[in-house]
Write a new protein. Sequence first.
Length: 53
Amino acid sequence: MKYICTICGYIYDPAEGDPDSGVEPGTKWEDVPEDWVCPECGAPKSSFEPYED
């Protein structure tokens, strides 16, 4: 399951993670740290919702 930022539309893909922010590829959404923010706009994790492509 992917998650989309409701502010800017950035899509978090667990297969890719966010290595630049210390989130390794393969990291499930539940395991992303609560203090992680959107790498595009800085929105908090709470601004994301499930996304199906």
